[in-house]
Design a protein around this ligand. Structure first.
Ligand code: KDO
Length: 329
């Protein structure tokens, strides 16, 4: 019986074998791809810190491929994409979780957090653990949390705003999602959903009267070019929940998990620091750009939001006793 050797196949196998021996690393340690997308723009603090700090920090094990400006998935669909295995990681918002876990509404409600420190105290407590466990139960592992600024109302229209009654009829863009729309109602406004990437055009064309992004995002996206005033309602201490699909997380070795967890914690700490520092300078910057920047009757805004929340279906979806625990921290 004669063996006909296929010369081409033989040569191919030999060259592959040679390559493997010459470059053991390339074959032995194939990098784990991590597909990432979020709605922040490529100029955003989060994107810059990701490219400068996070990507290199995990490069020995992972190839993190970020897509910014919602170029891979529409804002608000990232969580679903992660559950379906089409996306590995994203910086998620509270209403993204609230869609499937109504109890999450508590941490996305107007005026629940007093300030950034209070927010982190809550996420680092057993309340945070309870919420993060609920996230894992729907297939999302939250790695870390970063502060992206405090949300205030900013308007294109010049109408003076002192109380929620003054917001009646104001077409306020809020991100899509029931939790976001309710937040807009808690400000007395008429909320309308528009993706983050389309807010500038909506302000420019007059399709909306205003929006509520934190100052650092209003700066990065140049929204201030089409705004006339910043009303410092401080209605939400805003964060992103830096997350990975649990199936992907569970597929990693303990060493890879430790590497990714440590780098993510450090990433969110740097992002938080830069947002908090930049935010302090921005009221002066917006005034220099000709915007009116002032504080409204905060007690009136807080009372209105609390009354609206108490009368809403949402408060019934919260974990009993959780609000008291948060307020006591
Ligand atoms: C926005 O769409 O207004 C928002 O600020 C909501 C935030 O929770 C967050 O999703 C943010 O967009 C994106 O990260 C883009 O900055």
């Amino acid at each position: 019986m004669s063996f006909r050797i296929d010369r081409r196949a033989f040569l191919k196998s030999q060259s592959a074998l040679a390559a493997a021996t010459l470059m053991p690393d390339a074959f032995a340690q194939a990098k784990i791809p991590l597909l990432y997308t979020e709605s922040a723009s490529a100029e955003d603090i989060r994107a810059k810190v990701m490219m400068d700090q996070l990507v290199p920090a995990i490069a020995s094990e992972f190839e993190l491929k970020p897509y910014f400006n919602s170029t891979l998935f529409k804002q608000g669909t990232e969580l679903l994409a992660m559950q379906r295995g089409n996306l590995d990681m994203s910086a998620l918002s509270i209403p993204d979780f609230q869609r499937q876990i109504p109890a999450w509404g508590i941490v996305g409600n107007a005026y629940v957090f007093r300030d950034m420190d209070h927010m982190f105290k809550v996420y680092n407590s057993d309340v945070g653990k309870q919420l993060f466990k609920m996230a894992e139960d729907i297939g999302i592992k939250i790695l870390s949390v970063h502060y992206i600024g405090t949300r205030h109302v900013s308007l294109r229209v010049k109408k003076k705003i002192n109380t929620p009654a003054d917001m009646a009829g104001i077409r306020l863009r809020m991100p899509a999602g029931e939790g976001w729309q309710f937040l807009g109602e808690c400000l007395g406004a008429n909320p309308t959903p528009i993706p983050f990437a389309e807010v500038y055009a909506a302000l420019q064309t007059g399709a909306i009267d205003g929006q509520d992004n934190p100052m650092p995002l209003t700066k990065t996206m140049k929204f201030y070019e089409v705004l006339s005033q910043y009303i410092l309602t401080g209605h939400l201490i805003n964060c992103n929940l830096f997350s990975i699909a649990k199936k992907k997380w569970d597929s990693l070795t303990p060493a890879q998990q430790t590497k990714l967890q440590t780098a993510s914690t450090e990433y969110s700490a740097t992002v938080t620091k830069q947002f908090a520092a930049e935010e302090k300078e921005l009221a002066a910057f917006f005034k220099s750009q000709g915007l009116d920047v002032y504080t409204p009757d905060l007690a009136a805004f807080q009372k209105f939001a609390l009354d609206k929340t108490k009368k809403s279906k949402y408060i019934k979806e919260w974990v009993p006793g959780m609000l008291e625990k948060i307020e006591a921290m």
